[in-house]
Design a protein around this ligand. Structure first.
Ligand SMILES: *Cc1c(COP(=O)(O)O)cnc(C)c1O
Length: 422
């Protein structure tokens, strides 16, 4: 459920007509709905009622400070994976105690910043990282509350490129090594190993892989406790999928179903919980709006060339993923299968193939790419010297630019010629 819908034949973001934003901001742009963000976070939080749980939004899904601040204002913490994300979370007002620092290759500088900032938890991904963390924490006179991020050897059944919990994936600590590393962590200075973390992938559309992983974690907790380790906290990661493609009949489990499964699986374990949802909170709280540059017909195909490209929204090019595309002005004409493509000089700069769009669409018309709030703006680049596109936030009948388009001077400000080039 989201707050982008037609009113009088025109797509609105909450109470704001999308063409009004386009006229003021220029295309392409991202547009986020405050009401949708708020709704998704509260649905997720409600689904966990009865658990002692903190929802730490995965900043990597959408790191716009206005988005972060909105979620933090509603009680969310943050899951961060780099120095930059940690600084963004702090700047957005996150309580350090509600920040989890994850990430597969933390540098010593990142570990220092995490400890100096007093983050609530650091998720350790390897024995080498555990050793470094212990040394740095001891040097700084700090104690790091940690989880070992375990690899439960479960296939999340999602896209190969966003699966993280299989034996061959680079993430987490090998299952067979986990008990030994907890014993080691308990002896190391500067380390307080009270938590277990697991995250098996993203855009997961079934409960079964979560449940399989969580059952293994439950067994692990019982085993570690039997050895005298005081495990009181579980970090169950993110990964819950969202529906992207209305032509597909795959509906991901609801937060309610997910929450009920968590409660069932961990009944009686007496733990605190952290969750790190990203996509399910922001995915369909955002759209990307683009203008049609031209329509090109060949004997074989009809191409709709839009002014957004793979550098603005890379998911289709990177993962072959689909986004629903709709006209901003509702059309009554029948639809024709078209290829929706961007102007970048790459064949992979294609948003959809043989996609049904109204036959009346013409240059100058606007289209919206739905469910673009997660892994959209954060993954954008300026390939082809295209400026990063603005981000706009809507609340009721108001809208504001929350990240503006950079000028050409700003885009080249960091470049300089070496002394030997005239
Ligand atoms: C990416 C990531 C998340 C968020 O995943 P979503 O699929 O967006 O919910 C959470 N935790 C970790 C460790 C991650 O790497």
């Amino acid at each position: 459920m989201h707050h982008f819908s037609y009113r009088g034949g025109v797509l609105h973001a909450e109470d704001v007509a999308v063409p009004r934003i386009a006229a003021e901001v220029g295309t392409p742009f991202y547009c986020y709905s405050t009401a949708t963000l708020t709704r998704h976070l509260s649905v997720f939080q409600k689904a966990l009622t009865g658990l002692d749980a903190t929802v730490c939004f995965a900043v990597k899904a959408n790191s716009n400070i206005a988005v972060l601040r909105t979620l933090i204002g509603l009680g969310a913490g943050c899951d961060v994976v780099s120095c930059g994300e940690l600084q963004l979370a702090l700047k957005a007002g996150a309580a350090p105690a509600k920040i989890v620092f994850s990430g597969v290759g933390k540098t010593e500088a990142e570990i220092r910043l995490a400890l100096a900032s007093g983050v609530g938890q650091i998720n350790v991904e390897s024995e080498a990282e555990l050793d470094t963390l212990s040394r740095v924490a001891a040097e700084m006179g700090k104690t790091a509350r940690i989880a070992l991020r375990v690899n439960p050897e479960v296939d999340a059944g999602t896209h190969d490129k966003i699966s993280t919990g299989r034996k061959e994936d680079k993430f987490g600590i090998e299952w067979s090594a986990v008990p030994r590393l907890y014993r080691k962590a308990a002896r190391l200075p500067g380390i307080d190993p009270t938590s277990v973390a697991v995250h098996i992938g993203s855009q997961i559309t079934e409960l079964a892989p979560f449940e399989a992983a969580f059952k293994k974690v439950r067994e692990l907790v019982l085993q570690l406790r039997a050895e005298g380790l005081d495990i009181r906290h579980l970090d169950l990661g993110g990964g819950l999928g969202v529906p992207y493609d209305h032509s597909s009949n795959k509906t991901p489990p609801s937060p309610e179903e997910y929450g009920a499964m968590v409660k069932r699986t961990f009944a009686g374990l007496d733990c605190k919980f952290t969750f790190e949802p990203g996509r399910v909170i922001v995915g369909n709280a955002g759209i990307m709006v683009s203008e049609i540059v031209s329509i090109k017909e060949s004997a074989e195909r009809r191409f709709v060339i839009v002014d957004a490209a793979m550098n603005d929204l890379v998911r289709p090019a990177m993962y072959g993923s689909r986004h629903d595309i709709i006209p901003v002005q509702e059309a009554s004409s029948g639809s024709l299968p078209v290829d929706v493509v961007g102007p970048v000089c790459e064949t992979t700069d294609c948003f959809a193939k043989a996609y049904p769009l109204p036959s009346s669409l013409k240059a100058g018309d606007l289209v919206a790419f739905l469910t673009a709030g997660a892994y959209g703006a954060v993954m954008a680049s300026s390939y082809n010297a295209r400026a990063l596109i603005p981000e706009v936030m809507v609340s009721g009948d108001q809208f504001a630019v929350v990240r503006r388009r950079p000028s050409f001077e700003e885009m080249v400000a960091l470049e300089q010629l070496p002394p030997w080039v005239e």
